[in-house]
Design a protein around this ligand. Structure first.
Ligand code: AMP
Ligand code: GLY
Length: 432
Protein backbone atom coordinates (compact mmCIF):
# COMPACT_ATOMS: atom_id res chain seq x y z
CA UNK A 1 0.00 0.00 0.00
CA UNK A 2 1.23 3.51 -0.88
CA UNK A 3 0.16 6.27 1.48
CA UNK A 4 0.14 10.07 1.18
CA UNK A 5 0.29 12.21 4.32
CA UNK A 6 -0.45 15.91 3.81
CA UNK A 7 1.32 18.12 6.33
CA UNK A 8 4.61 19.44 7.57
CA UNK A 9 4.34 19.45 11.36
CA UNK A 10 5.20 17.09 14.17
CA UNK A 11 1.79 15.47 13.88
CA UNK A 12 2.36 14.64 10.20
CA UNK A 13 5.81 13.27 11.07
CA UNK A 14 4.39 11.07 13.83
CA UNK A 15 1.60 9.81 11.57
CA UNK A 16 3.96 9.14 8.65
CA UNK A 17 6.39 7.31 10.96
CA UNK A 18 3.65 5.09 12.36
CA UNK A 19 2.12 4.42 8.93
CA UNK A 20 5.55 3.48 7.57
CA UNK A 21 5.88 0.90 10.37
CA UNK A 22 2.99 -1.09 8.87
CA UNK A 23 3.97 -4.31 7.07
CA UNK A 24 1.29 -3.53 4.49
CA UNK A 25 2.83 -0.17 3.56
CA UNK A 26 5.52 -0.02 0.90
CA UNK A 27 5.95 3.73 0.68
CA UNK A 28 4.79 6.91 2.41
CA UNK A 29 4.86 10.33 0.74
CA UNK A 30 4.59 13.50 2.80
CA UNK A 31 3.48 16.75 1.14
CA UNK A 32 5.44 18.88 1.79
CA UNK A 33 7.03 17.26 4.91
CA UNK A 34 10.02 18.47 6.87
CA UNK A 35 13.61 17.45 7.62
CA UNK A 36 12.37 14.72 9.97
CA UNK A 37 10.08 13.03 7.46
CA UNK A 38 12.84 13.29 4.84
CA UNK A 39 15.04 11.10 7.05
CA UNK A 40 12.48 8.36 7.85
CA UNK A 41 12.71 4.87 6.35
CA UNK A 42 10.18 4.26 3.53
CA UNK A 43 9.19 7.95 3.67
CA UNK A 44 9.73 10.58 0.98
CA UNK A 45 8.82 14.26 0.86
CA UNK A 46 7.05 15.74 -2.14
CA UNK A 47 7.14 19.50 -2.72
CA UNK A 48 3.40 20.15 -2.92
CA UNK A 49 1.66 22.78 -0.79
CA UNK A 50 -0.87 21.55 1.76
CA UNK A 51 -3.78 23.42 0.14
CA UNK A 52 -2.83 22.81 -3.49
CA UNK A 53 -5.71 20.40 -3.99
CA UNK A 54 -5.25 20.00 -7.76
CA UNK A 55 -1.59 19.11 -7.42
CA UNK A 56 -2.33 16.70 -4.56
CA UNK A 57 -4.99 14.92 -6.63
CA UNK A 58 -2.69 14.73 -9.67
CA UNK A 59 0.11 13.32 -7.54
CA UNK A 60 -2.13 10.73 -5.88
CA UNK A 61 -3.39 9.56 -9.29
CA UNK A 62 0.03 9.46 -10.90
CA UNK A 63 1.57 7.52 -8.00
CA UNK A 64 -1.52 5.34 -7.56
CA UNK A 65 -1.77 6.21 -3.90
CA UNK A 66 -3.97 3.75 -1.98
CA UNK A 67 -4.71 5.90 1.04
CA UNK A 68 -4.34 9.57 1.98
CA UNK A 69 -4.68 11.48 5.22
CA UNK A 70 -4.07 15.05 6.38
CA UNK A 71 -2.25 16.34 9.44
CA UNK A 72 -3.61 19.90 9.77
CA UNK A 73 -7.04 21.32 9.05
CA UNK A 74 -5.93 23.61 6.19
CA UNK A 75 -6.21 20.94 3.46
CA UNK A 76 -9.58 19.84 4.87
CA UNK A 77 -10.95 23.38 4.75
CA UNK A 78 -9.58 23.61 1.20
CA UNK A 79 -11.83 20.62 0.37
CA UNK A 80 -9.17 17.99 -0.19
CA UNK A 81 -11.27 15.12 1.26
CA UNK A 82 -14.21 15.92 -1.03
CA UNK A 83 -12.00 16.14 -4.11
CA UNK A 84 -10.16 12.91 -3.39
CA UNK A 85 -13.45 11.12 -2.82
CA UNK A 86 -14.91 12.54 -6.04
CA UNK A 87 -11.86 11.24 -7.92
CA UNK A 88 -12.28 7.78 -6.39
CA UNK A 89 -9.18 8.17 -4.17
CA UNK A 90 -9.32 6.81 -0.61
CA UNK A 91 -8.95 9.66 1.85
CA UNK A 92 -9.45 9.58 5.62
CA UNK A 93 -10.52 13.02 6.77
CA UNK A 94 -13.39 15.43 7.20
CA UNK A 95 -15.03 17.01 4.16
CA UNK A 96 -15.32 20.77 3.72
CA UNK A 97 -18.78 20.97 5.29
CA UNK A 98 -17.83 18.88 8.33
CA UNK A 99 -14.63 20.88 8.85
CA UNK A 100 -16.86 23.85 9.66
CA UNK A 101 -16.96 22.45 13.22
CA UNK A 102 -13.37 23.64 13.56
CA UNK A 103 -13.34 26.42 10.96
CA UNK A 104 -16.02 28.44 12.75
CA UNK A 105 -16.45 28.60 16.52
CA UNK A 106 -19.80 30.32 15.92
CA UNK A 107 -20.94 27.29 13.89
CA UNK A 108 -19.62 24.87 16.53
CA UNK A 109 -21.31 26.69 19.41
CA UNK A 110 -24.64 26.91 17.58
CA UNK A 111 -24.37 23.19 16.73
CA UNK A 112 -23.68 22.31 20.38
CA UNK A 113 -26.62 24.42 21.55
CA UNK A 114 -28.95 22.96 18.90
CA UNK A 115 -28.17 19.43 20.02
CA UNK A 116 -27.92 20.07 23.78
CA UNK A 117 -24.33 18.83 23.97
CA UNK A 118 -22.66 20.17 27.15
CA UNK A 119 -20.48 23.25 26.63
CA UNK A 120 -19.91 26.72 28.13
CA UNK A 121 -22.71 29.30 27.70
CA UNK A 122 -21.92 31.93 25.06
CA UNK A 123 -22.98 34.87 22.93
CA UNK A 124 -21.82 35.84 19.44
CA UNK A 125 -20.85 39.43 18.51
CA UNK A 126 -19.82 41.32 15.38
CA UNK A 127 -19.58 44.80 17.00
CA UNK A 128 -17.31 45.77 19.86
CA UNK A 129 -19.90 48.05 21.54
CA UNK A 130 -22.45 45.35 22.43
CA UNK A 131 -19.61 42.88 23.14
CA UNK A 132 -18.09 45.23 25.70
CA UNK A 133 -21.50 45.86 27.28
CA UNK A 134 -21.91 42.10 27.64
CA UNK A 135 -18.46 41.78 29.24
CA UNK A 136 -19.17 44.64 31.65
CA UNK A 137 -22.42 42.94 32.65
CA UNK A 138 -20.84 39.52 33.22
CA UNK A 139 -17.44 40.40 34.69
CA UNK A 140 -14.23 38.35 34.58
CA UNK A 141 -12.83 35.80 34.17
CA UNK A 142 -14.40 35.48 30.74
CA UNK A 143 -13.24 33.93 27.47
CA UNK A 144 -12.98 35.74 24.13
CA UNK A 145 -12.64 33.66 20.95
CA UNK A 146 -12.09 34.79 17.38
CA UNK A 147 -14.59 32.89 15.22
CA UNK A 148 -12.21 31.52 12.59
CA UNK A 149 -8.89 29.67 12.42
CA UNK A 150 -6.03 31.33 14.28
CA UNK A 151 -3.60 28.43 14.98
CA UNK A 152 -4.73 28.18 18.60
CA UNK A 153 -3.91 31.85 19.20
CA UNK A 154 -7.39 33.31 18.80
CA UNK A 155 -8.56 32.45 22.31
CA UNK A 156 -8.04 34.89 25.16
CA UNK A 157 -8.86 33.72 28.67
CA UNK A 158 -9.27 37.18 30.20
CA UNK A 159 -8.71 37.56 33.92
CA UNK A 160 -10.07 41.11 34.01
CA UNK A 161 -12.81 43.09 32.27
CA UNK A 162 -10.15 45.39 30.87
CA UNK A 163 -8.22 42.51 29.31
CA UNK A 164 -11.45 41.13 27.82
CA UNK A 165 -12.43 44.53 26.40
CA UNK A 166 -8.97 44.97 24.90
CA UNK A 167 -9.18 41.54 23.28
CA UNK A 168 -12.54 42.40 21.74
CA UNK A 169 -11.25 45.73 20.39
CA UNK A 170 -8.15 44.00 19.08
CA UNK A 171 -10.13 41.35 17.22
CA UNK A 172 -13.23 43.27 16.05
CA UNK A 173 -11.88 46.82 15.59
CA UNK A 174 -8.16 46.36 14.86
CA UNK A 175 -8.72 43.16 12.79
CA UNK A 176 -5.90 41.33 14.52
CA UNK A 177 -6.93 38.00 12.94
CA UNK A 178 -8.32 39.42 9.68
CA UNK A 179 -11.49 37.65 8.47
CA UNK A 180 -11.04 34.96 11.12
CA UNK A 181 -11.90 37.67 13.64
CA UNK A 182 -14.93 39.20 11.94
CA UNK A 183 -17.04 37.68 14.74
CA UNK A 184 -16.22 36.83 18.33
CA UNK A 185 -17.65 34.23 20.64
CA UNK A 186 -17.74 35.39 24.25
CA UNK A 187 -17.94 32.46 26.56
CA UNK A 188 -18.45 31.56 30.19
CA UNK A 189 -15.14 30.71 31.89
CA UNK A 190 -14.97 27.05 32.87
CA UNK A 191 -12.72 25.77 35.60
CA UNK A 192 -11.30 22.28 35.71
CA UNK A 193 -8.91 19.82 34.15
CA UNK A 194 -8.53 19.77 30.37
CA UNK A 195 -8.17 16.79 28.13
CA UNK A 196 -7.82 16.23 24.40
CA UNK A 197 -10.15 13.46 23.32
CA UNK A 198 -9.59 12.25 19.78
CA UNK A 199 -11.57 9.60 17.93
CA UNK A 200 -11.50 8.21 14.42
CA UNK A 201 -14.98 8.13 12.85
CA UNK A 202 -16.14 6.44 9.65
CA UNK A 203 -19.47 8.29 9.77
CA UNK A 204 -21.14 5.70 12.00
CA UNK A 205 -18.56 3.77 14.00
CA UNK A 206 -15.77 5.18 16.12
CA UNK A 207 -12.32 4.06 17.16
CA UNK A 208 -11.16 6.18 20.12
CA UNK A 209 -7.52 7.17 20.41
CA UNK A 210 -6.13 7.49 23.96
CA UNK A 211 -6.89 10.70 25.91
CA UNK A 212 -4.02 13.18 26.12
CA UNK A 213 -3.35 16.31 28.07
CA UNK A 214 -1.86 19.22 26.15
CA UNK A 215 -0.15 22.24 27.66
CA UNK A 216 -1.48 25.08 25.51
CA UNK A 217 -0.01 28.03 27.38
CA UNK A 218 3.40 29.20 26.29
CA UNK A 219 5.03 29.49 29.69
CA UNK A 220 5.70 27.44 32.76
CA UNK A 221 2.97 26.97 35.32
CA UNK A 222 0.46 27.12 32.42
CA UNK A 223 0.83 30.89 32.10
CA UNK A 224 1.34 33.18 29.10
CA UNK A 225 -0.41 33.22 25.75
CA UNK A 226 -2.24 30.30 24.17
CA UNK A 227 -0.22 28.43 21.56
CA UNK A 228 -0.77 25.40 19.34
CA UNK A 229 0.57 23.33 22.26
CA UNK A 230 3.90 23.19 24.09
CA UNK A 231 3.79 19.54 25.10
CA UNK A 232 1.42 16.66 25.68
CA UNK A 233 1.21 13.35 27.45
CA UNK A 234 -0.93 10.28 27.78
CA UNK A 235 -2.50 8.60 29.74
CA UNK A 236 -4.45 11.23 31.65
CA UNK A 237 -5.28 10.09 35.19
CA UNK A 238 -8.41 12.27 35.34
CA UNK A 239 -10.01 10.28 32.51
CA UNK A 240 -11.18 7.24 34.46
CA UNK A 241 -13.02 4.44 32.63
CA UNK A 242 -16.29 5.91 33.95
CA UNK A 243 -15.49 9.38 32.64
CA UNK A 244 -14.35 7.89 29.33
CA UNK A 245 -17.74 6.20 28.97
CA UNK A 246 -19.48 9.45 29.88
CA UNK A 247 -17.52 11.44 27.27
CA UNK A 248 -18.40 8.86 24.61
CA UNK A 249 -22.07 8.80 25.66
CA UNK A 250 -22.66 12.53 26.32
CA UNK A 251 -20.36 14.14 23.76
CA UNK A 252 -18.79 11.95 21.06
CA UNK A 253 -21.77 9.83 20.01
CA UNK A 254 -24.32 12.70 20.20
CA UNK A 255 -22.00 14.84 18.05
CA UNK A 256 -21.57 12.15 15.39
CA UNK A 257 -25.25 11.23 15.42
CA UNK A 258 -26.33 14.88 15.13
CA UNK A 259 -23.91 15.46 12.27
CA UNK A 260 -25.18 12.42 10.39
CA UNK A 261 -28.91 12.55 11.13
CA UNK A 262 -29.83 16.17 11.81
CA UNK A 263 -27.17 18.12 9.90
CA UNK A 264 -26.91 15.57 7.06
CA UNK A 265 -23.13 15.85 7.13
CA UNK A 266 -21.84 12.38 8.08
CA UNK A 267 -18.60 12.98 9.95
CA UNK A 268 -15.65 10.97 8.64
CA UNK A 269 -12.13 11.51 9.89
CA UNK A 270 -10.46 12.45 13.12
CA UNK A 271 -12.66 14.29 15.56
CA UNK A 272 -10.71 16.03 18.30
CA UNK A 273 -12.81 17.33 21.16
CA UNK A 274 -11.15 19.66 23.64
CA UNK A 275 -12.87 18.82 26.92
CA UNK A 276 -13.01 20.56 30.27
CA UNK A 277 -13.66 18.21 33.16
CA UNK A 278 -15.44 20.59 35.51
CA UNK A 279 -14.98 20.30 39.30
CA UNK A 280 -18.25 18.34 39.63
CA UNK A 281 -16.82 15.75 37.22
CA UNK A 282 -18.95 16.72 34.21
CA UNK A 283 -17.24 16.85 30.79
CA UNK A 284 -17.95 19.93 28.65
CA UNK A 285 -16.84 20.75 25.11
CA UNK A 286 -14.28 23.57 24.81
CA UNK A 287 -13.73 23.18 21.09
CA UNK A 288 -13.89 20.83 18.13
CA UNK A 289 -11.00 20.16 15.79
CA UNK A 290 -11.42 18.09 12.63
CA UNK A 291 -7.97 16.55 12.76
CA UNK A 292 -5.57 14.98 15.16
CA UNK A 293 -3.90 17.24 17.73
CA UNK A 294 -0.38 18.56 17.47
CA UNK A 295 1.47 17.73 19.76
CA UNK A 296 -1.11 15.16 20.95
CA UNK A 297 -0.47 12.90 17.95
CA UNK A 298 3.19 12.48 18.92
CA UNK A 299 2.69 10.74 22.32
CA UNK A 300 -0.42 8.99 20.95
CA UNK A 301 1.50 7.44 18.03
CA UNK A 302 4.23 6.35 20.47
CA UNK A 303 1.62 4.46 22.52
CA UNK A 304 -0.14 2.90 19.51
CA UNK A 305 0.93 -0.72 19.03
CA UNK A 306 -1.59 -1.79 16.39
CA UNK A 307 -1.44 -0.98 12.68
CA UNK A 308 -2.35 2.68 12.12
CA UNK A 309 -2.46 2.32 8.33
CA UNK A 310 -5.05 -0.47 8.67
CA UNK A 311 -7.11 1.65 11.07
CA UNK A 312 -7.09 4.51 8.56
CA UNK A 313 -8.11 2.20 5.74
CA UNK A 314 -10.92 0.76 7.87
CA UNK A 315 -11.99 4.36 8.53
CA UNK A 316 -12.30 5.04 4.80
CA UNK A 317 -14.15 1.77 4.20
CA UNK A 318 -16.65 2.14 7.07
CA UNK A 319 -15.25 -0.79 9.04
CA UNK A 320 -14.12 0.90 12.26
CA UNK A 321 -16.49 -1.29 14.30
CA UNK A 322 -14.22 -4.24 13.42
CA UNK A 323 -10.97 -2.48 14.39
CA UNK A 324 -9.26 -2.84 17.74
CA UNK A 325 -6.53 -0.37 18.66
CA UNK A 326 -3.85 -1.72 20.99
CA UNK A 327 -2.04 0.68 23.30
CA UNK A 328 1.17 0.59 25.27
CA UNK A 329 0.27 0.93 28.97
CA UNK A 330 3.27 3.12 29.67
CA UNK A 331 3.38 6.92 29.81
CA UNK A 332 4.19 8.82 26.63
CA UNK A 333 5.39 12.40 26.97
CA UNK A 334 6.20 14.89 24.23
CA UNK A 335 7.90 18.23 24.91
CA UNK A 336 7.93 20.90 22.20
CA UNK A 337 11.05 22.91 21.36
CA UNK A 338 10.42 26.20 19.59
CA UNK A 339 12.27 29.44 18.88
CA UNK A 340 11.78 31.95 21.71
CA UNK A 341 9.59 34.19 19.54
CA UNK A 342 6.92 31.49 19.12
CA UNK A 343 3.93 31.91 18.74
CA UNK A 344 4.73 35.27 17.12
CA UNK A 345 6.03 35.16 13.54
CA UNK A 346 9.79 34.88 13.08
CA UNK A 347 12.45 34.31 10.44
CA UNK A 348 13.80 30.83 11.08
CA UNK A 349 17.11 29.73 9.59
CA UNK A 350 18.81 28.80 12.88
CA UNK A 351 21.02 25.71 12.61
CA UNK A 352 19.85 22.85 14.85
CA UNK A 353 22.53 20.63 16.41
CA UNK A 354 22.16 17.35 18.25
CA UNK A 355 19.50 15.73 16.09
CA UNK A 356 21.14 12.30 15.78
CA UNK A 357 18.64 9.57 16.50
CA UNK A 358 19.52 7.01 19.15
CA UNK A 359 18.53 3.37 18.63
CA UNK A 360 16.26 3.54 21.67
CA UNK A 361 12.80 2.61 20.33
CA UNK A 362 11.18 4.49 23.22
CA UNK A 363 12.67 7.85 22.33
CA UNK A 364 11.81 9.80 19.21
CA UNK A 365 12.40 13.27 17.78
CA UNK A 366 9.40 14.40 15.77
CA UNK A 367 10.18 17.37 13.55
CA UNK A 368 7.90 20.34 12.85
CA UNK A 369 9.40 23.57 11.49
CA UNK A 370 12.66 22.08 10.22
CA UNK A 371 14.28 22.00 6.83
CA UNK A 372 17.30 20.17 5.50
CA UNK A 373 19.75 22.34 3.56
CA UNK A 374 21.89 21.14 0.67
CA UNK A 375 24.93 20.90 2.92
CA UNK A 376 23.04 18.43 5.12
CA UNK A 377 22.50 20.82 8.01
CA UNK A 378 19.02 21.18 9.46
CA UNK A 379 17.59 24.64 10.17
CA UNK A 380 14.47 26.03 11.83
CA UNK A 381 11.63 27.35 9.66
CA UNK A 382 8.36 28.76 11.01
CA UNK A 383 6.33 27.66 14.03
CA UNK A 384 7.32 24.99 16.52
CA UNK A 385 10.53 23.09 15.82
CA UNK A 386 10.61 19.63 17.41
CA UNK A 387 8.67 17.41 19.80
CA UNK A 388 11.01 15.23 21.84
CA UNK A 389 8.86 12.25 22.76
CA UNK A 390 9.48 9.26 25.03
CA UNK A 391 7.72 6.23 26.43
CA UNK A 392 8.58 5.15 29.95
CA UNK A 393 7.15 3.29 32.94
CA UNK A 394 5.75 6.45 34.52
CA UNK A 395 5.74 10.23 34.16
CA UNK A 396 8.79 10.61 36.35
CA UNK A 397 10.88 8.43 34.04
CA UNK A 398 9.35 9.79 30.87
CA UNK A 399 10.33 13.30 31.95
CA UNK A 400 13.84 12.21 32.78
CA UNK A 401 14.22 10.61 29.37
CA UNK A 402 12.78 13.55 27.43
CA UNK A 403 14.59 16.31 29.28
CA UNK A 404 17.98 14.61 29.21
CA UNK A 405 17.60 14.17 25.43
CA UNK A 406 16.68 17.86 25.09
CA UNK A 407 19.96 18.84 26.77
CA UNK A 408 21.82 17.53 23.70
CA UNK A 409 19.87 19.70 21.25
CA UNK A 410 20.78 23.30 20.55
CA UNK A 411 19.66 26.08 18.25
CA UNK A 412 19.66 29.83 18.51
CA UNK A 413 17.04 31.10 21.01
CA UNK A 414 15.71 27.57 21.66
CA UNK A 415 12.79 27.64 24.06
CA UNK A 416 10.81 24.95 25.84
CA UNK A 417 8.83 24.46 29.00
CA UNK A 418 10.61 22.46 31.71
CA UNK A 419 7.36 21.55 33.45
CA UNK A 420 5.43 19.54 30.87
CA UNK A 421 3.52 16.80 32.69
CA UNK A 422 3.51 18.68 35.99
CA UNK A 423 -0.20 18.11 36.42
CA UNK A 424 0.28 14.36 36.13
CA UNK A 425 2.99 14.52 38.80
CA UNK A 426 0.77 16.45 41.18
CA UNK A 427 -1.92 13.84 40.47
CA UNK A 428 0.15 11.27 42.33
CA UNK A 429 3.32 10.17 40.53
CA UNK A 430 6.62 10.81 42.31
CA UNK A 431 8.12 14.27 41.76
CA UNK A 432 10.70 14.90 39.03
P1 AMP B 1 -9.94 26.45 22.28
O1 AMP B 1 -9.10 26.74 21.07
O2 AMP B 1 -11.35 26.90 22.16
O3 AMP B 1 -9.77 25.08 22.83
O4 AMP B 1 -9.27 27.34 23.45
C1 AMP B 1 -7.90 27.26 23.72
C2 AMP B 1 -7.70 27.10 25.20
O5 AMP B 1 -8.31 28.17 25.92
C3 AMP B 1 -8.34 25.86 25.79
O6 AMP B 1 -7.52 24.75 25.64
C4 AMP B 1 -8.50 26.26 27.23
O7 AMP B 1 -7.29 26.15 27.93
C5 AMP B 1 -8.84 27.71 27.12
N1 AMP B 1 -10.30 27.87 27.10
C6 AMP B 1 -11.11 27.89 26.03
N2 AMP B 1 -12.40 28.04 26.37
C7 AMP B 1 -12.41 28.14 27.70
C8 AMP B 1 -13.46 28.32 28.67
N3 AMP B 1 -14.73 28.46 28.31
N4 AMP B 1 -13.10 28.37 29.97
C9 AMP B 1 -11.82 28.27 30.35
N5 AMP B 1 -10.78 28.10 29.49
C10 AMP B 1 -11.08 28.03 28.19
N1 GLY C 1 -2.66 20.89 20.53
C1 GLY C 1 -3.85 21.52 20.21
C2 GLY C 1 -4.33 21.30 18.86
O1 GLY C 1 -3.82 20.50 18.12
O2 GLY C 1 -5.29 21.95 18.49
Amino acid sequence: MKVLVIGKGGRAHAMAWKIAASQAVTQVFVAPGNAGTAMEQKVQNVPIGMDDVDALVDFAKKEQIDLSVAGPVIPLVAGVADRFEAEGLAFFGAGRAAAELENSKAFAKAFLARHAIPTARYELFTQSGPAIEFIEAHGAPIVIKADGLASGKGVIVAQSVEEANNAVRDILDANRFGDAGARVVIEEYLEGEECSFVVMSDGINVLPMVPCQDHKRRDEGDTGVNTGGMGAYSPVAAVTPELHARIMHEIIMPTLTAMREAEKIPYKGFLYVGIMITPDGAPKVLEFNCRFGDPEAQPTMMRLQSDFAQHLLAGVQGRLDKEVALWDDRTALGVVLAPAEYPEKFQGGAVIEGLDETDDPDLKLFHSGTQQRDDGSVVTTVGRTLTVTALAADMHQARKKVYSRIEKITFDAMYYRADIGHRALSAGSPAF
